[in-house]
Design a protein around this ligand. Structure first.
Ligand SMILES: C[S@@+](CC[C@H](N)C(=O)[O-])C[C@H]1O[C@@H](n2cnc3c(N)ncnc32)[C@H](O)[C@@H]1O
Length: 311
């Protein structure tokens, strides 16, 4: 573990980013010191990370997962939130559920959120609107996987959330007056299906050089749902190229702590935050993903389709 921490204030957020193993790193943090953890660990699905071996025997992977989760539990405040993003694969369909079961020995599962990466909606007139990105699974047995989980763990399932900070407008405005709890506000709970497409990129090497990121918007939504307030301390033990850190800065989180075992990914995260130490290279060794992009919902093109079909 590097002994050099990089405490750099960018806008209102102080970034404390470390090169090294997150278990050792979290052990150096005081207990009850973190408000919010947003993270996505390696899923053990054989992804080609440059430093981490993503193909461990199942029992070892689960034992290691429990070790790092117990550190998260130790550093998390009693009113803190731990958002765990995890996905599955046809070869490993139970992984998210196994992790959720394992972690529910340590935390309470307060919410289960479905991160929808791509979706097709049938319109009333029989048309279809598709949006997002997906990696096609070419198989007569398995459906293409268009979603991942975000498990929201807390210590006692009693953490109050800022639901309306990530809320949506009522489709039927008459509900605003009809339902007392709205307080006259055109805002309702969004629910637990979050459609968040990846940003469209043209060149992975230069634009998103990491094989397994979540969108910055996913982390932003977790922060806002937990409730942004002054002095919030946020942690991502598996920083990757820093998308949780970018979200922290966008939301004005007070202090962000990150650990990443791969120096190149850490350099990339620092570059994205514009806190790269001079002379350090950005990384460019990620395996390209084979994703298909659909038209964004309600893009200009889709509006034209929707208009011509909905009478
Ligand atoms: C799924 S990726 C996280 C990507 C990140 N959410 C993003 O959007 O950039 C998991 C990351 O954990 C890192 N990693 C694996 N083992 C680690 C460990 N023991 N300590 C710290 N980081 C580790 C990997 O190098 C990889 O970059």
């Amino acid at each position: 573990m590097s002994t050099v921490s990089n405490k750099v204030a960018a806008a209102r957020t102080v970034f404390d980013l470390h090169h090294g193993d997150c278990v050792a790193g979290m052990r150096s943090l005081p207990e009850d010191s973190v408000d919010l953890v947003v993270t996505s660990p390696p899923y053990n699905l054989g992804i080609a990370y440059s430093r981490h071996c993503d193909d461990q025997p199942r029992a070892e992977y689960l034992a290691w997962s429990e070790t790092w989760a117990r550190e998260v539990q130790r550093v998390l405040k009693s009113d803190g939130s731990f958002f765990l993003n995890v996905g599955a694969s046809p070869a490993n369909p139970m992984l998210p559920h196994e992790l959720a079961l394992l972690f529910s020995k340590i935390f309470a599962l307060q919410n289960t959120i479905h991160w929808i990466k791509s979706i097709t909606i049938e319109t009333k007139s029989g048309g279809e609107i598709s949006a997002g990105h997906f990696k096609p699974i070419n198989s007569p047995r398995f459906l293409t996987d268009c979603h991942e989980f975000v498990f929201h763990f807390t210590k006692n399932a009693d953490v109050k959330l800022d639901r309306l900070a990530v809320g949506v407008a009522y489709a039927d405005k008459s509900n605003i007056a009809r339902w007392g709890h709205t307080g006259g506000r055109d805002r309702r709970c969004r629910g637990n299906t979050w459609f968040i497409p990846y940003e469209t990129i043209r060149d992975r090497q230069s634009q998103r050089p990491h094989p397994a990121t979540f969108p910055v918007a996913l982390a932003t939504r977790c922060i806002r749902l937990h409730g942004q307030r002054d002095g919030l301390v946020m942690l991502d033990p598996f920083l990757g190229i820093g998308h949780a850190a970018l979200a922290a800065r966008a939301c004005g989180v007070g202090r962000f702590i990150g650990f990443e075992i791969d120096q190149e990914y850490l350099n990339e995260a620092r570059a994205r935050l514009e806190i790269i130490p001079p002379g350090t290279a950005r990384c460019g060794s990620a395996k390209p993903a084979d994703e298909i992009e659909l038209l964004p919902l309600f893009s200009k093109e889709n509006r034209v389709v929707a208009k011509s079909k909905i009478r």
